[in-house]
Design a protein. Structure first.
Length: 464
């Protein structure tokens, strides 16, 4: 009875929730010692983080948005300016200290808990559902990891959450103000991650499925959504037209499709990701003989895109199958290497744990049992246990989301379609890309749906 009363005590549960959120993040932060002299190169400034950091430094030191290391500095066309400007502001105030950015991300990401609470009240869910959903977000390994990496995903997820909240306020307020605020937030998110442009379509569909609004008002709302978003991103499009001759926001989508093409080759030809990369590079060599210049960077990216598109369209059924498969797997598969990498460095991580890509390659080549056995033999018992435990927990959360969806359909069909359409369209838009960080954009919504299902299961068990 004491445990049950404690569960119903909101003040106690808020304290527990904050502990769930801050304890794992600050523990990893302290263990990784990111303020040490060599920590930047070994633990923070790796992969995409190097590019964001370089752009931020060029903004501060050379007053140009460029990813170049040496002079002459070429304008950047792939990365968008939101996150590098965020880094540059902190570097301007505190000096070139990447660990300060990580600390700011931990603190900022905590506002996810507040945003989720606002969303729960809008949906009419119980505090128990909120507590379970917020606990899932607080303890989710990918959420913990991304707040400790110099990438925009954790901040981007927060921006999209509040854009979503303001969009749904049109159910309670006059149409134009909440849509205007929601679109400004979404536009800000697009500057952080250009792939967010697809969310404009999701928001438009959500406006049309809301019951309380007349069709004429819905059309006005969608028109305002697209207009404000276009005006917001137009300055960067104009900048790209000036430098590259293309009135477009970023050629990010061109390079994103490379991953789609690579996954198709891996699945179709039963080759490794490394071999698939080699095959694509062989085709690219035919179009990349000329030396790159500022004016042809975008054109060459478009030529690469045509090769990727040819592979995808030539195998569109397989592409569709992989897209649907990975829309589910991205919520289930674990990623173990980043924890070790943050705490001990990249070299140790490479021999003790594995990434999602490595995990999938093992499953393809060896099967489930033999793949797990190989993890144990080549990596470590800790790596094996982490893979198994996180995968089982993630599967349970996915099962909880399924139960939550069934229960919500009976409870409130409008909210059911809002959640399912948002999660479904976005998950499918990712395509066949098994990178767990892609799930973060709407993971808070998935967590609430899972929390609803788990709460319902607890209720049914207690009732018996």
């Amino acid at each position: 009875m004491v445990v049950y009363k404690c569960y119903l005590n909101k003040k106690v549960m808020w304290i527990v929730l904050l502990l769930f959120y801050f304890l794992p993040r600050f523990s990893i932060f302290l263990l990784s010692s990111p303020w040490e002299v060599n920590a930047g190169e070994e633990k923070i400034l790796i992969n995409d983080a190097k590019n964001y950091n370089r752009c931020a430094l060029n903004i501060l030191k050379n007053r140009i948005f460029s990813n170049s290391e040496k002079f002459p500095l070429s304008p950047e066309a792939h990365i968008t300016p939101g996150y590098p400007f965020y880094i540059a502001v902190f570097y301007y105030i505190f000096g070139e200290k990447p660990w300060v950015i990580l600390l700011s991300q931990i603190l900022l990401q905590s506002f996810l808990l507040w945003g989720m609470w606002l969303l729960v009240k809008m949906f009419g869910f119980s505090f128990r559902t909120y507590f379970i959903g917020a606990t899932i977000v607080s303890l989710d390994s990918v959420n913990v990891i991304t707040s400790m990496v110099l990438i925009p995903d954790s901040i981007f997820s927060l921006i999209i959450l509040f854009s979503f909240i303001y969009l749904l306020k049109i159910r309670e307020q006059k149409l134009l103000k909440p849509i205007f605020v929601s679109t400004l937030l979404l536009s800000t998110g697009i500057y952080f991650k250009p792939g967010a442009r697809f969310i404009i379509l999701v928001w438009s569909i959500l406006i049309f499925i809301l019951k309380e609004i007349k069709l004429k008002e819905k059309l006005k709302g969608v028109g305002l959504l697209w207009l404000v978003c276009f005006i917001s991103i137009l300055p960067w499009m104009a900048r790209n037209y000036k430098y590259f001759g293309h009135l477009s926001f970023s050629y990010h989508i061109y390079e994103h499709l490379r991953t789609h093409a690579k996954e198709i080759l891996v699945e179709k030809l039963h080759v490794s990701e490394k071999d698939a990369d080699f095959m694509i590079n062989q085709q690219l060599k035919k179009i990349e003989k000329k030396r790159s210049t500022i004016r042809n960077i975008w054109n060459r990216a478009y030529k690469r895109y045509k090769i990727y598109k040819e592979i995808i369209l030539g195998n569109w059924l397989l592409w569709g199958k992989l897209t649907v498969r990975d829309a589910f797997l991205v919520y289930i598969l674990p990623s173990t290497s980043r924890y070790i990498q943050l705490i001990f460095g990249e070299k140790y991580a490479s021999v003790t744990t594995l990434s999602v890509g490595e995990f999938m390659n093992l499953l393809r080549e060896k099967g489930l049992i033999n793949g797990l056995r190989l993890i144990y033999n080549k990596k470590s018992i800790a790596g094996l246990l982490f893979v198994i435990i996180i995968s089982i927990l993630n599967f349970c959360l996915f099962f909880g989301a399924g139960v939550g969806a069934i229960y919500l359909f009976r409870l409130n069909t409008e909210i059911f379609w809002i959640i399912i359409i948002t999660l479904g369209l976005f998950s499918l838009s990712i395509g066949p890309v098994l990178d767990p960080r892609y799930k973060l954009t709407f993971f808070w919504l998935f967590a609430l749906l899972s929390g609803l299902g788990i709460d319902r299961l607890f209720y049914l068990i207690a009732k018996k």
